[in-house]
Design a binder for this molecule. Structure first.
Ligand SMILES: [Zn+2]
Length: 291
């Protein structure tokens, strides 16, 4: 009995310590995230924090924002935007539905009109089952234009690459594009095969965007550093070379486990990151081409 009692006390102490450590660590991670503001060009800024990069157009008409990261960062993001421009955030564009791009929707919906592709609203509302605050209230199929801060801002749907609801936002006069998750600069991308994504389509979208975008455009990628077309070309090469390699192995009947064991050539090692390891990238490509 005594032993059991002692064991119980030790167990409770252990759980308290573990709980405290994890609770504390979790809190520290949240509290430490700083929002960094980068001036891109003219009226356009990029904000980095945790999650997808945020785009901002700030000028005489007020503020238009693209994506809003996680809910825990909303007030910090709001402060960072206020430092750029004291005006109201009038529009918020969601490039797609993932939580690291839409987590702040509820907070920002108090102030901004949220726009996105139909499928973003569909996913965020569980196919219309949930009427949560912060859903996009203007939705589109192929795209739309916002005439704001002295330029045309084209929001164009790029189907079936990263998800089934992605939009790329092109600031015509500023010559800046926000790619959403159609670009991960210098890192393996996440492609959401369960929500309408497809590796082959993702690559052809990138190829089409490379052909379409002006040579001197400045690119805000969904994740990674502010980029140029040269960076987008490197991203494209990585996509083509790694998927060609994996597809050849599939064609030759190599099993997933063997492909994982062989891995990718060393030159792509730096492309692995906290969210998408080399193994995860291989699995995404393999699944997309064998399903
Ligand atoms: Zn995403």
């Amino acid at each position: 009995m005594r032993n059991k009692g002692t064991g119980f006390v030790i167990l409770v102490m252990f759980l308290c310590i573990v709980g405290k450590l994890f609770g504390h660590a979790g809190k520290t991670i949240q509290d430490d995230t700083q929002i960094k503001t980068i001036h891109v060009s003219g009226n356009i800024y990029m904000l980095e924090g945790s999650g997808g990069n945020i785009g901002v157009s700030a000028g005489p008409d007020g503020v238009l924002m693209i994506d809003d990261q996680f809910a825990t960062l909303s007030s910090k993001i709001r402060e960072a935007v206020r430092k750029i421009n004291p005006g109201e955030i009038k529009f918020l564009v969601n490039t797609h539905h993932h939580g690291d791009h839409t987590g702040g929707n509820k907070f920002f919906s108090e102030e901004a009109v949220i726009l996105a592709h139909h499928n973003v609203r569909k996913h965020l509302s569980d196919n219309g089952e949930k009427q949560i605050p912060g859903l996009p209230i203007i939705t589109f199929e192929d795209g739309l234009s916002i005439h704001f801060n002295d330029e045309e801002i084209k929001v164009i749907h790029w189907a079936g690459g990263h998800t089934d609801g992605d939009a790329v936002v092109h600031f015509q006069k500023s010559n800046v594009v926000h790619m959403g998750d159609q670009m991960f600069a210098g890192r393996f991308p996440y492609i959401d095969l369960n929500d309408g994504g497809d590796v082959q389509k993702y690559i052809s979208n990138v190829e089409a965007l490379l052909n379409k975008l002006p040579e001197d455009i400045i690119i805000i990628p969904g994740h990674g550093n502010l980029s140029t077309k040269a960076d987008l070309r490197i991203f494209y090469s990585m996509l083509v070379e790694t998927t060609d390699l994996i597809r050849l192995k599939i064609k030759n009947g190599v099993e997933l486990n063997a492909i994982l064991k062989e891995g990718l050539p060393d030159k792509w090692q730096d492309w692995a990151w906290s969210f998408i390891s080399e193994e995860k990238w291989i699995k995404i490509v393999y699944t997309s081409f064998t399903r």
